[in-house]
Design a protein around this ligand. Structure first.
Ligand code: UDX
Length: 462
């Protein structure tokens, strides 16, 4: 009999995982507590932008391989292997991860499981969670039920979620016995057949792999951004520096783009949760460097705001600021912890008239900050602008040419927050422009250190 799969929690990770499991040929049931979301998913409508996913959802709802429910009883009855894909957001009262959704979903499932089942956690969790849940399963599983737990972190990137699930760089699972391993291998057989590297390990290592990967990526970005602070002061070209060190295969060029810093639903929250967890374990100094990584990252936003202020001669009130891109990265509509949105809001709070255009992110940003002015094109956003800020490197902004904006704006001033435009071409066309890592000459002599001075904000939160 072919395996039946459930996916509990149909957010970004869960919706993608459910559709991809159906694509691999399994009968899949997805569970969520939000009925409206379930109805939408059944029609291939997603509450977020993810290329290729709506098509995959529609395909497998139509093929009958994928259906959705809000009933744990149905899920327990209809699946042999249950993937837990609920969220672990940052708690509002601390830097730790909120584990209530993971714990609640396991408890609810156990209420209904009467036979044998394998629960496979995919959510990003503090190390030790899987061991704790495993003990809880032994405690509260119904008499006669045989329930086991494994951990299988995911590494999907927004914008590439389907590809990262069906053709991942590696598969990692923490397992407790051979039978569970055999079951997981059965699920991933089509992916393993493509020679995908497989890492089989214990529960703790599998949990740590995920946070270690994200902490490394965050550190790499802050590393280059720290050097951007140096070149902003002493001179030099941060892009050339990144290229030059990136040629060393041990370092590699990816994730060495200086800019406005990292954001999104994963990197910021994961480095904070990791620090909180190791402190709980009595290792308060061990991940101390991640506090620096966080601070360097947040200072990028300060820098963008100060350079903008200096371009506007320190009289921001009433000036028109054009913001191109408000999502935390291109090919996503996600504005969670978005540096771009934070910068836009700060300038608004200083009195600027901020006009925002993002190809996908306007609606999500509007929900959070309705007071900014959101427009439907870069032309509208740039109209009469005193300064243009490119904050998210969507392809349509990378392709912009100086002449396209020249007659729209009030002043030809541009800050390329992602270092994706050809500075020489813009300057030759008469623009004042700068970007991360570049020393920026402040126009007013009596204020000549301000744009270069980066003021750390102790304990600043995104
Ligand atoms: C990340 C991890 O990459 C993924 O493996 C994990 O599963 C979830 O978290 P994601 O949040 O989708 O994925 O974004 P990612 O592509 O990693 O980018 C994170 C942030 O870093 C973005 O804000 C991006 O703009 C920024 N970034 C990235 C830089 O500022 N410079 C770089 O060189 C690369």
């Amino acid at each position: 009999m072919s395996l039946r799969v459930s996916v509990i929690g149909t957010g970004y990770l869960g919706a993608t995982h459910a559709a991809c499991m159906a694509e691999l040929g399994f009968q899949v049931i997805g569970l969520d507590v939000d009925r409206e979301k379930l109805q939408a998913l059944a029609q291939g409508i997603l509450p977020f932008h993810e290329p290729g996913l709506p098509e995959l959802l529609k395909k497998h709802v139509a093929s009958g391989r994928l259906r959705f429910t809000d009933s744990y009883a149905e899920v327990a009855a209809e699946a042999d292997i249950h993937f837990i894909t609920v969220g672990t957001p940052q708690r509002t009262d601390s830097q730790s991860a909120d584990m209530s959704y993971v714990d609640g979903s396991v408890d609810s499932l156990l209420d209904h499981v009467t036979g044998s089942a394998l629960i496979v956690g995919k959510s990003t969790v503090p190390v030790g969670t899987a061991r704790r849940l495993s003990e809880r399963i032994t405690e509260i599983a119904r008499p006669g039920a045989q329930v086991s737990l494994a951990w299988n972190p995911e590494f999907l990137r927004e914008g590439f979620a389907v590809k990262d699930t069906l053709a991942p760089d590696r598969l990692v699972y923490g397992v407790q016995n051979e039978a569970d391993l055999a079951l997981i291998r059965k699920v991933y057989a089509p992916i393993l057949a493509n020679h995908t590297p497989e890492v089989v390990t214990d529960l703790e290592t599998s949990e740590l792999v995920k946070v270690a990967a994200n902490a490394f990526l965050a550190t790499k970005i802050s590393f280059i951004n720290a050097f951007a602070e140096v070149t902003e002061t002493v001179g030099g070209d941060i892009r050339t520096l990144a290229d030059a060190i990136g040629y060393d295969a041990r370092i590699g060029r990816r994730f060495l783009n200086a800019g406005v810093g990292f954001g999104g639903g994963c990197l910021p929250k994961d480095i904070r949760a990791l620090q909180a967890r190791v402190s709980e374990l009595g290792l308060s100094q061990t991940m101390g460097f991640l506090a620096e990584v966080d601070q360097i990252n947040l200072r990028r936003r300060d820098r963008m705001v100060s350079v903008t202020e200096s371009m506007l001669d320190y009289s921001v009130a009433g000036k028109k600021v054009c913001v191109l891109g408000v999502t935390f990265k291109p090919d996503s509509d996600d504005v969670r912890d978005s540096p771009a949105l934070d910068i836009a809001v700060r300038l608004y709070n200083s009195g600027a008239d901020v006009s925002v255009y993002d190809p996908q992110g306007n609606e999500n940003a509007r929900r959070r900050f309705p007071r900014l002015s959101y427009v439907g094109s870069w032309e509208e956003a740039a109209a009469k602008a005193d300064v243009v800020l490119l904050l998210t490197e969507w392809d349509e902004f990378r392709a912009l040419q100086p002449a396209q904006l020249a007659n729209l704006v009030n002043q030809r001033q541009l800050i390329d927050g992602r270092n994706v435009l050809d500075r020489d071409a813009w300057r030759e066309a008469g623009w004042t422009m700068t970007g991360p890592g570049e020393r920026f000459e402040v126009p007013s002599p009596d204020l000549d250190t301000r744009a270069m001075t980066v003021v750390p904000v102790p304990g600043a939160q995104a």
